[in-house]
Design a protein around this ligand. Structure first.
Ligand code: HEC
Ligand code: HEC
Ligand code: HEC
Length: 176
C-alpha cells in the first residue's frame, strides 16, 4: 500500500470507529416502575380486590403472615389478641369481628379523601378507641365526626348511623 493510502485508511478507520463509539448518554430518569403492589400493603390490595375475607385468595404463607402483621400493627395488638396461638385456624370472637370489619367497613366504606379505608383509618393503633361507652352523647358525637362524616358507602349513598348500626341504633351490634 502506498504510504498516503495507508494513512487514508487509518483515518477512515478512526472516523468510522469514532462514529460508532457509543456516546456517553446523559443520565435520563429511569422509567416509572410498573404498577405493583405497594410494599407491605397487602391489606390495601385485598381491600381493592373486594375480597370476601382478609386472607381470601392469598395462598403464600409469607403473604398471609405479612397481612396479619399489618392488621396487628394497625390495631396495636399481638397475634394472640385475635388468635388461639395453639391453633391459628380456630374461630374466636375477635377473628369474627376482624373479618366483619374487613368486609363491612374496609371494603364497604370509601373515604371521601379517596385514601383506602384500612383498619388504621378508624383504629389508629388501638383495638379499642371508643372509651367509656356509658357516655352515649360523647360516643354519638365521636361516631358522627370519625365514623360517619369521613365515609360514603361503596355502592353509593352517604354513610349514616344506620349504615353500620342497622336497626340497632346506639347499641352494640358487632358479632361476638
Ligand atoms: C385483628 C385480629 C387478628 C390479628 C391481630 C391477627 N390475626 Fe391472624 N387471622 C385473623 C382472621 C380474621 C383470620 C381469618 C382470615 C380469613 O378468613 O380470610 C386469620 C387467619 C390467620 C391465619 C390462617 C389460619 C388458617 O385458617 O389456617 C394465620 C396463620 C394467622 N392468622 C396468623 C396470624 C399471626 C402470625 C398474627 C400476628 C402477627 C395474626 N394472625 C394476627 C385475625 C387476626
Ligand atoms: C369504619 C371504622 C372501622 C374500620 C375501618 C375498622 N374498624 Fe374495627 N372497630 C371499629 C369500632 C368503632 C370498634 C369498637 C371499638 C371499641 O370498642 O372501642 C372496632 C372494634 C374492632 C375489634 C374488637 C376489639 C375489641 O377488643 O373489642 C376488632 C378485632 C377490630 N375492630 C378489627 C378490625 C380490623 C381487622 C379492621 C380492618 C380490616 C378494622 N377493625 C377496621 C371501627 C372500625
Ligand atoms: C362506620 C360504622 C359506624 C357508623 C357510621 C356509626 N357507628 Fe356507632 N358504632 C360503630 C361500632 C363498630 C360500634 C361498637 C359496636 C359494638 O361494640 O357492638 C359503635 C357503637 C356506638 C355506640 C355505643 C353503643 C353501646 O352502647 O355500646 C353509640 C351510642 C353509637 N355507636 C352511636 C352512633 C351514632 C349516633 C351514629 C351516627 C351519627 C353512629 N353510631 C354511626 C360503628 C359505627
Amino acid at each position: 500500500m502506498p504510504h498516503s493510502l495507508e494513512r487514508l485508511s487509518f483515518l477512515l478507520i478512526l472516523v468510522t470507529s469514532c462514529a460508532t463509539e457509543p456516546k456517553v448518554v446523559p443520565a435520563t430518569p429511569s422509567p416509572p416502575p410498573p404498577p405493583t403492589v405497594p410494599a407491605g400493603s397487602l391489606l390495601e390490595v385485598q381491600i381493592a380486590a373486594h375480597r370476601p375475607s382478609l386472607l381470601a385468595g392469598l395462598d403464600a404463607p409469607s403473604e398471609r403472615k405479612t397481612l396479619m402483621k399489618e392488621i396487628a400493627k394497625q390495631l396495636g395488638v399481638d397475634c394472640d389478641y385475635c388468635h388461639d396461638v395453639a391453633d391459628f385456624a380456630a374461630a374466636t370472637p375477635n377473628k369474627t369481628i376482624a373479618n366483619y370489619m374487613f368486609t363491612h367497613f374496609a371494603v364497604g366504606l370509601v373515604r371521601k379523601s379517596d385514601e383506602p379505608t384500612t383498619c388504621g383509618s378508624c383504629h389508629q393503633g388501638q383495638a379499642k378507641f371508643l372509651g367509656d361507652r356509658g357516655d352515649k352523647k360523647r360516643i354519638a358525637a365521636l361516631m358522627k365526626t370519625t365514623l360517619t362524616e369521613p365515609f360514603v358507602q361503596r355502592g353509593g349513598g352517604a354513610a349514616e348511623c344506620a349504615t353500620c348500626h342497622g336497626d340497632q341504633l346506639n347499641r352494640p351490634f358487632l358479632p361476638r
